[in-house]
Design a protein around this ligand. Structure first.
Ligand code: COS
Length: 386
């Protein structure tokens, strides 16, 4: 936890400088090669970027949610591939352990995640269960000896799976029962016999960030790796992880949109048509102004929801409101950025074209916009009925 504004400013400034001087110049190459250079990963480690949200006791910065979203605003001003690599260690790949893990699980895994020595990953989605996460079919059956669970099934589109050393895996401990109540969460190490990976997915954007299937065939996992030591609460763990993750992604949308708007504004000032910079034209100004206003709204929402979470409030509704509004806003800003760039916006030398593809994922992962609408409306109805 950073206890004063001055120390936070130093951290934010050093991240902003790193983004400007190292990541932005590298982003085109990362997209072309689909790889983040190891030297950059090493610098990310040195800056402590893998442990932003992990408690200080385990070697992380233990940022408050407000501090974390302010860091995300900065880190998202470049290719989302960089954020994706650190994103699972700070978010969905560690938070199951941070929120619900036992003392032993925390002590064993969190220091390595915080240091970036290992990458964590979150395995919820399956071929047959995406938005309807509670219908997942991967099973984890306790062996008669009572020392291990036997995991069978397959997970899909798992972010950072090719790089991961540990997975938070949601599986059904009573495969005869349907619904969320029979789901438990496990920490599964990559080198556990029976765990294999599919081929790396070819994606629309975010090259440099990787996803693939994770397959479990009689994968034996010690009972000590059942998160929290309790069966049947894994779906709730996953939802709590996603509440935080959705707020983080909303902050990422704000940072990416700010970058796209900066690029669009710079281009509008440089590009001359009809004898003057296109920024002088009111139809261009309307696109710039709408983007500015929407980014400001999203930034304010994200800060407000983060503060509420830091106060201990249940922010399930607010996190979904932020994810819904910020990701849709980001899509509109990306579209306007391409439009302002004109023909150049369709050419891959310009960041506008790459961001347009990269940010499309924000409206899909960690819950689609439609799932956010469902969460918001359900929470409203539930509160009204009370
Ligand atoms: N925090 C804690 N517990 C939660 C919760 C939250 N935010 N949201 C739901 N729960 C609990 C519920 O209270 C319920 O517990 P009880 O049975 O004890 O009451 C349980 O979890 C099941 O919840 P619910 O009945 O709402 O589950 P549904 O199957 O209807 O699904 C949605 C809920 C649709 C919201 C969920 O499946 C979802 O978020 N889907 C999207 C998944 C997703 O984001 N995937 C992205 C992959 S990760 S990149």
């Amino acid at each position: 936890m950073i206890r004063d504004e001055e120390t936070l400013s130093i951290l934010l400034d050093s991240i902003a400088r790193f983004v400007r001087e190292v990541l932005v110049p590298a982003e085109h190459g990362v997209a072309e090669s689909d790889t983040i250079p190891p030297a950059i990963v090493a610098q990310m480690r040195e800056l402590g970027l893998f442990g932003l949200s992990i408690p200080e006791a385990y070697g992380g910065f233990e940022l408050t949610m407000e501090e974390e979203v302010r860091v995300a605003f900065e880190i998202a001003r470049t290719s989302p591939a960089f954020r994706s690599l650190i994103g699972t260690n700070n978010g969905i790949g560690s938070q199951g352990i941070v929120i619900d893990g036992t003392a032993e699980q925390k002590a064993h895994y969190l220091p390595k995640l915080a240091a970036g020595d290992i990458i964590g990953s979150f395995a919820l989605t399956e071929a047959g269960s995406g938005s309807d996460a509670a219908s997942l079919r991967t099973s984890a059956v306790l062996e008669p000896a009572g020392t291990h669970y036997l995991i069978n099934g397959a997970k899909r589109y798992i972010t950072n799976a090719p790089e991961a050393a540990i997975f938070t895996v949601m599986a059904r401990t009573d495969p005869t029962l349907r619904g969320a109540g029979a789901i438990s969460a496990f920490i599964v190490e990559r080198d556990t016999p029976g765990l294999s990976l599919g081929k790396i997915d070819r994606k629309m954007g975010q090259q440099g960030a990787h996803t693939c299937d994770v397959i479990f065939e009689n994968c034996r996992v010690p009972v000590a790796n059942l998160i929290g030591g309790k069966e049947g609460v894994g779906f709730k763990t996953a939802m709590k992880v996603l509440d935080k993750g959705r707020l983080h992604i909303a902050a990422v949308c704000v940072g990416a949109a700010e970058r796209m708007l900066d690029d669009a504004l710079r281009y509008a000032l440089e590009r001359q048509q009809f004898g003057q910079p296109i920024a002088e034209f009111q139809l261009i100004q309307a696109m710039l102004a709408d983007s500015k206003a929407e980014i400001y709204a999203a930034r304010s929402m994200v800060i407000d929801a983060a503060r509420k979470r830091d106060n201990g409030d249940d922010v399930s509704t607010e996190a979904s409101c932020c994810k819904l509004f910020a990701s849709e806003m980001c899509g509109r800003v990306a579209d306007r950025s391409v439009q302002i760039h004109g023909g150049a916006g369709y050419i891959s030398e310009y960041a506008a074209e790459r961001f347009y593809r990269d940010v499309r994922l924000f409206r899909i992962y960690e819950g689609t916009s439609q799932i956010q609408q469902i969460v918001i409306a359900r929470n409203m109805i539930r509160a009204a009925r009370k």
